[in-house]
Design a protein around this ligand. Structure first.
Ligand SMILES: *[C@@H]1O[C@H](CO)[C@@H](O)[C@H](O)[C@H]1NC(C)=O
Ligand SMILES: *[C@@H]1O[C@H](CO)[C@@H](O)[C@H](O)[C@H]1NC(C)=O
Length: 725
């Protein structure tokens, strides 16, 4: 500690106004309490009420001395105003009539100055936590003249802390948690207390923490206030919650300090330190053999003292289920193991099971890391149930030839009552699967017979359902499918694949292919169809056939002298035979029409009428032609009449291979073609040109001047054509 008096004396102040600082720490300055010692210096204000604290406070760290500060203890409430300090000036030599004046914060209200002596007194009780310092100015004036003798000087009065505030846990009460079985020293939580007293000065805010309740389980670090586990092996399953009371005491925990407390509720969290444990070492369930698949047959439970995930187990069957009949699943709600059927039980073949069931914690054991498990045995007793009869097959597959006689036995089904008193079984056909009543079944022996003739080509399959019912208990029934396949016999003759429309070119060469013919057959022989064709008439003079070696034939013309005028249509009966056993055959008639064709063999006209007007003329053109004809007839009737008699025209086309002969024998009722308009119009025609009726008009040839009569456009072309050909 500084000896304030000596320091001051050493510093001889040149300023006119000396403001003496009395940084007076308690009783260290006790001797100065005697005001007579202050002499011409500022007097010290000494707390009189805490002499006992003096010794300890002497050990505090040295503080910087500030010359223009004064100190006053807070909360001082003596009978008289407390002296804060004294102002003194060198001018005050006792003779001069000077006066001390105080201004600034609290001047005149909180702080009063003695005009003569410069003593400053605190008139009120001060609270550091409310206002820690006051800034004031002091001045010396001449009492007579009221003139300032010095400039004003500023100084501070600091309110000195006393320990008047207890520590407080603002955030309390606290909650903390720590896993059970934690090691000693494991941190749980940390608490914090605050103290409103001056943390810089004195020990009023120096806190020390201690534990009032909660030992021996927990401890607290007296300075950091961290709460730690103090006892090893705390088990949540024994006790889960602890109430810890913490005290914070100021004055460094010494006697006389103020204190505050808080509570910390510490919860132990679960670790997986308990294994599952079956409620019983062995269970026994009776399960009816007709228990449905997936239906629960019994429940087992492995208890676990842990909680949450640590208490969860899965169940499994590790022995006694060689037939793989059972499964065990965990009920998420109850944590029970539910025993269910994966396959149907069969009392007749196995009447009991001894299963070994294991429950395993889904989480590893927190201490050893290994899986926690428990084992139990489960005895299953299978109870006999009245079961429906059982067919020897789910589906029966029979076949029968389509020509089988009625009452032919197609096959037999069989079902058996598996229960101990084997009941007799009766068989029925489910009639809605055999609406035609095509089949019968023998009620006693299950033989299926044919009731009506079959036709494979109508229905190839008859899939019917057969029911077997126990005589003893009609409600015990079961069903089986009987698929009856109708086997083919050769009962259908082949026939033409379609209705063929055949054409024959008048100008075609012998051997021209008129039509390719194939056949179909409704039967379905396993080796496939092979058809044989022949003409019904042996040595037909006009047509022949050629085998294409692909189940089809071609019909060929035998000569080239087919003429529409002679015969327009030929009917050619063809016999088709299949390769069935016995073979079936049919006669199909091919209609062949004789037609006019283009040079390259395209059919152009098959009508006899078209022979007259082979070229598409409009009605208007025809009328025009007729008009022309009448006109011309009028003029040259006689001349023409003569010419038309007994003439033979012979037209030879440049293309030598395609010769069309036209012999006009002149007249006759049927010789409608003989009257050819060309002969009227084109005298050239008489000289060896006749129109070709089998080609289209070629419009590139224009009619010759003066030779057309009354036709324009198409009509002209028509005549031109007649000429050119
Ligand atoms: C009948 O059953 C057979 C064999 O199962 C099957 O191939 C056929 O498609 C079935 N026919 C009908 C019409 O259901
Ligand atoms: C062959 O054709 C001629 C005419 O060209 C006809 O008179 C005869 O009846 C035909 N013969 C047969 C068998 O069709």
């Amino acid at each position: 500690m500084l000896k304030r008096g000596e320091e001051m004396q050493r510093d001889l102040w040149t300023s006119l106004l000396l403001v003496w600082i009395t940084c007076v720490p308690y009783s260290s300055m006790a001797p100065l309490n005697n005001q007579s010692q202050s002499l011409q210096m500022a007097s010290a204000m000494i707390p009189r009420n805490r002499p006992s604290e003096g010794q300890r406070i002497l050990s505090r760290a040295k503080r910087g001395w500030v010359w223009n500060q004064m100190f006053v203890l807070e909360e001082f409430s003596g009978p008289d105003p407390i002296l804060v300090g004294r102002l003194h000036t060198d001018l005050d030599v006792g003779t001069k009539n000077i006066k001390y004046v105080l201004a600034g914060e609290g001047a005149g209200t909180i702080f009063a100055i003695s005009e003569r002596t410069g003593d400053i007194h605190a008139m009120k009780r001060l609270d550091r936590e409310e206002k820690a310092e006051y800034t004031l100015t002091a001045q010396v004036i001449d009492r007579d003249t009221n003139q300032p003798l010095e400039p004003p000087s500023e100084f501070i009065i600091k309110v000195q802390d006393i320990n008047d505030n207890p520590p407080q846990f603002i955030e309390g009460p606290y909650k903390g948690s720590v896993p059970e079985m934690s090691q000693v020293g494991t941190s749980v939580t940390r608490v914090t207390a605050t103290d409103a007293d001056d943390p810089v000065y004195g020990n009023s805010a120096r806190l020390v923490y201690s534990i009032l309740e909660g030992q021996p389980y927990f401890s607290i670090d007296q300075t950091t206030a961290i709460i730690r586990v103090a006892l090893a092996g705390m088990d949540r399953e024994m006790r889960e919650e602890y109430l810890v009371v913490i005290q914070a005491k100021d004055m460094g925990g010494h006697m006389g300090g103020l204190s505050g407390t808080t509570t910390v509720t510490v919860t132990l969290t679960d670790i997986n330190d308990n294994p599952p444990k079956f409620s019983k070492g062995s269970y026994e369930f009776t399960i009816a053999e007709d228990l449905g698949i997936g239906k629960p047959g019994g429940r087992v439970k492995a208890n676990d003292r842990d909680i949450g995930e640590n208490a969860k187990s899965t169940y499994s069957i590790i022995g006694g289920d060689e037939r793989d009949v059972f499964e065990i699943v965990t009920d998420a709600q109850t944590q029970e193991g539910i025993l269910r059927l994966k396959k149907p039980l069969d009392f007749e073949s196995k009447k009991s099971y001894n299963l070994t069931v294991v429950a395993t914690n889904i989480r590893a054991d927190s201490i050893t890391g290994g899986p926690y498990m428990d084992q139990a045995t489960v005895k299953i007793i299978v109870e006999d149930a009245d079961e429906p009869p059982v067919f020897t097959k789910f589906t029966y597959l029979f076949d029968v030839h389509e020509n089988a006689a009625t009452n032919t036995v197609i096959g037999a089904v069989a079902a058996r009552d598996q229960d101990a008193p084997h009941s007799q079984v009766r068989y029925f056909i489910d009639r809605h699967t055999d609406l035609e009543r095509q089949f019968n079944i023998n009620v006693d022996d299950g033989k299926i017979t044919l009731a009506k003739p079959l036709d494979r080509e109508t229905d190839m399959w008859h899939n019917i359902t057969v029911t077997a019912a126990e005589v003893r208990n009609h409600s015990q029934i079961s069903r089986a499918i009987v698929a009856i396949k109708v086997l083919d016999i050769n009962d259908n003759a082949p026939e033409f694949a379609t209705e063929y429309e055949a054409f024959l070119c008048e100008n075609g060469k012998p051997g021209q292919v008129i039509q390719t013919i194939s056949a179909v057959d409704k039967d379905n022989p396993s080796q496939g169809h092979t058809f044989h064709y022949r003409l019904e008439m042996l040595n037909n003079p006009n047509f022949t056939i050629k085998n294409n070696l692909d189940n089809s034939i071609s019909v060929l013309a035998k000569h080239d002298s087919f003429r529409r005028q002679k015969q327009e249509t030929y009917l050619l009966p063809i016999v088709v035979t299949d390769n069935g056993e016995p073979p079936m055959s049919s006669t199909n008639t091919l209609t062949i029409r004789v037609c006019g064709c283009s040079r390259d063999g395209f059919v152009q006209s098959c009508n006899v009428e078209a022979f007259v007007l082979p070229i598409g003329l409009s009605m208007g053109a025809l009328i025009a032609i007729l008009a022309c004809v009448i006109l011309l007839l009028g003029r040259s009737f006689q001349h023409l009449g003569k010419r038309m008699k007994n003439q033979t025209f012979e037209l030879r086309h440049k293309n030598e291979e395609n010769i069309i002969r036209y012999d006009d024998e002149g007249g006759g009722e049927e010789d409608t073609e003989a009257f050819d308009i060309a002969t009227l119009q084109n005298p050239d025609g008489i000289n060896g040109y006749l129109p070709r009726k089998d080609i289209k008009p070629d419009l590139q040839f224009m009619p010759r001047q003066g030779q057309h009569c009354c036709l324009k456009g198409g009509g002209g072309a028509f005549f031109n054509l007649l000429r050119e050909t």
